[in-house]
Design a protein around this ligand. Structure first.
Ligand SMILES: Cc1cc2nc3c(=O)[nH]c(=O)nc-3n(C[C@H](O)[C@H](O)[C@H](O)COP(=O)(O)OP(=O)(O)OC[C@H]3O[C@@H](n4cnc5c(N)ncnc54)[C@H](O)[C@@H]3O)c2cc1C
Length: 399
């Protein structure tokens, strides 16, 4: 249909979600289940997930708030039962001072702190659920342009088609083409680091614990997988990451053992490795005319706190809440003041978290002896200060 014909009548679609990663797919499902006529546009077909396949190299730690949303959307049980690594403890220690902080689910009155799951399992399960929920999936579909009017927003697709909706939800990742098209700037900094990832077998069991050692060059996390292996996320300066990627397996496993202080014993086997560049990036605004940003399109954070997708899924919950509230009150759910409510709440929450993670990255980079001593004292104090520790744990859980 051409653009003129499209504009003659009200758009049939309420919401067009652009980007079908974990956050965009969850957003599309949440909007459809809340009764909005929804389409999802994605440029690359998702990779089907199969239990017979090797565990995807990209995994995330899902916090209770994310699990609650996925459960509400009817997909959590399938994800959990397919393959997920529950963890009940977290042990974080300073490679320089040795000071440690422990989080324990039982101390919080919960069974678990979270689950480690494969990105493509979450994405694929959500995609499977979209059709039954009535979401129109357009894939491959690449957005090339956007035109916002008083009553609608029209997306121009690479194949020449146009698609109009009352609201566009941009969940098109950290490089977000839509954010650029909407003229929204970002600020942040390049960490000049890469996160090296792999799955490894260690001599000792992971004990359903997420281990993280802070080293001056960057943090090393060992996350418990369902099959007993650990998934590592090793943040290193760019050059060092390249060097580690180029090592043969034996040298890599030895370097990893040293970096983890052999906490889980020697590393006895490894998968192939991959690396992802790290930056802090916050959109100046989460909103433009009839458009909102969510997920990495709005905020990209250091993986040291394992919160990127958890923040994105909190965006989804918040957005759904404000849209439903406006619709129930009989108002235009994509009116600027409605979108502003979402944008204000989420941007301030995300900014606080992103700055907090950034501060942690800076503090753990300190190497001057008096600063290392001060950091060690601070960590030990925090570990004993139960109310503050509990507050931190609840915050990370999204409770
Ligand atoms: C090493 C590492 C470890 C991490 N660990 C954790 C963790 O433990 N816990 C956690 O919460 N987070 C973690 N994260 C962060 C998490 O992976 C991201 O926050 C999350 O994947 C972002 O999802 P998204 O859906 O917002 O974006 P993406 O996954 O980037 O999806 C964006 C989608 O948009 C599509 N797209 C782009 N442009 C267009 C266009 N023009 N038209 C149509 N489609 C388009 C893309 O194809 C893509 O599918 C980690 C990140 C890294 C790098």
């Amino acid at each position: 249909m051409n653009a003129v014909a499209e504009r003659r009548r009200a758009p049939a679609l309420d919401v067009a979600v652009v980007g079908g990663g974990m956050v965009g797919a969850a957003a599309a499902l949440a909007m459809a289940k809340a009764g909005f006529a929804t389409a999802l546009l994605e440029s690359r077909a998702p990779q089907p997930w199969s239990a017979a396949d090797e565990v995807d190299l990209r995994v995330v730690g899902l916090a209770p708030s994310s699990i609650a949303l996925l459960d509400e959307l009817g997909v959590w049980t399938s994800i959990r039962d397919a393959r997920s690594g529950p963890y009940a403890h977290m042990h974080v220690w300073d490679g320089e001072s040795g000071a440690a902080i422990d989080f324990d689910a039982a101390a919080e009155g919960r069974d678990l702190l979270g689950h480690i799951v494969e990105n493509n399992l979450v994405q694929w399960t959500l995609w499977q659920a979209l059709e039954a929920a009535g979401v129109r999936r357009l894939c491959p579909a690449e957005v090339r342009g956007i035109d916002s009017r008083e009553d609608r927003v029209t997306l121009q697709l690479a194949d020449g088609e146009n698609l109009s909706a009352r609201l566009v939800v941009a969940a098109d990742g950290a490089a977000s083409p839509l954010r650029g098209m909407a003229g929204i700037a970002t600020r942040g900094r390049d960490y000049a680091q890469r996160a090296v990832v792999a799955h490894v077998v260690t001599e000792r069991a992971h004990e359903r614990t997420a281990w993280q050692r802070f080293l001056p060059a960057g943090p090393l996390a060992l996350l418990p997988l369902a099959d007993g292996r650990s998934s590592i996320v090793w943040s290193l300066p760019d050059g060092e990451a390249q060097r580690v990627l180029a090592l043969d397996d034996a040298a890599f496993m030895q370097a990893l053992g040293v970096a983890s202080d052999f906490r889980l014993g020697r590393v006895v086997s490894t998968t192939k490795r991959a690396a992802f560049p790290l930056r802090l990036q916050l959109a100046e605004s989460y909103q433009a005319e009839r458009l909102v940003l969510l997920g990495d399109a709005a905020h990209a954070v250091h993986p040291l706190a394992g919160q990127g997708v958890n923040l994105g899924l909190r965006d989804v919950t918040e957005l759904r809440g404000v849209l439903v509230e406006a619709r129930t009150a009989g108002r235009d759910f994509a009116a600027p003041h409605v979108l502003r409510r979402y944008a204000r709440r989420r941007r301030s929450a995300d900014t606080l978290d992103a700055r907090g993670f950034d501060a942690l990255a800076r503090i753990y980079a300190w190497q001057a002896p008096p600063l290392v001593v001060a950091r060690g004292l601070g960590v030990r104090l925090l570990d004993r200060w139960s109310p503050l520790k509990r507050q931190l744990a609840r915050h990370a859980a999204g409770l």
